[in-house]
Ligand binder design. Structure first.
Ligand SMILES: [Zn+2]
Length: 70
């Protein structure tokens, strides 16, 4: 993603600045503890798509148990 775009992007909830997580491809709002997905270089600034960081820690894979027979 073009990081210059970051200067133009704000959280749709609190209008605060966002942090770009390059590895996770997410835009983080530290105030709301929300992570907005970035798909194909396009930030999806929709609250419905945002991941709740408070509810689901980023380093925990929720589908880990289901991948045993892959
Ligand atoms: Zn926010």
């Amino acid at each position: 993603m073009d990081t210059r775009l970051l200067d133009l992007l704000v959280c749709p909830i609190c209008k605060g600045a966002l942090h770009y997580d390059r590895e996770a491809q997410e835009l983080i709002c530290p105030r709301d503890k929300l992570a907005y997905p970035v798909r194909d270089e396009i930030p999806l600034m929709l609250v419905d798509l945002a991941r709740d960081l408070a509810a689901a820690p980023a380093d925990t894979a929720p589908s880990q148990a289901a991948s045993a027979d892959a």
